[in-house]
Design a protein. Structure first.
Length: 111
């Protein structure tokens, strides 16, 4: 889906705001609702739903896979960042600019 300027002035997904990337809240809940609507409305095969995104869309792809894994057969993150790697805009710019290292178990817990 396309982002609305009212949600983000740069038309990017807010992949770093906890209220937007927590299951059943914010943007991830909205995207999940869109997927469920399309599946029901058009009688689509739920086993063939994939998610992908570039940059902020890649970060939102990571958030969708982390919060709604049952909705997807798979996903591809392109130039995105790991789910839970930032919780505010300042951290987001740091992660995008310099990266962030964590042990695998810490990434799994959202750092």
């Amino acid at each position: 889906p396309e982002q609305k300027r009212v949600n983000n002035p740069h038309l990017c997904f807010d992949w770093f705001q906890p209220e937007d990337v927590t299951r059943d809240e914010g943007e991830v809940a909205s995207i999940a609702a869109m997927i469920r609507y399309m599946l029901a409305r058009y009688r689509l095969d739920a086993s063939r739903v994939f998610v992908t995104g570039l940059s902020a869309g890649g970060a939102m792809t990571a958030a969708m896979l982390a919060t709604y894994p049952e909705l997807f057969a798979g996903g591809a993150i392109i130039a995105g960042v790991p789910y839970g790697s930032a919780t505010n805009a300042q951290e987001a710019f740091g992660v995008m600019g310099q990266g962030r290292s964590a042990r695998p178990g810490n990434w799994a817990r959202g750092c």
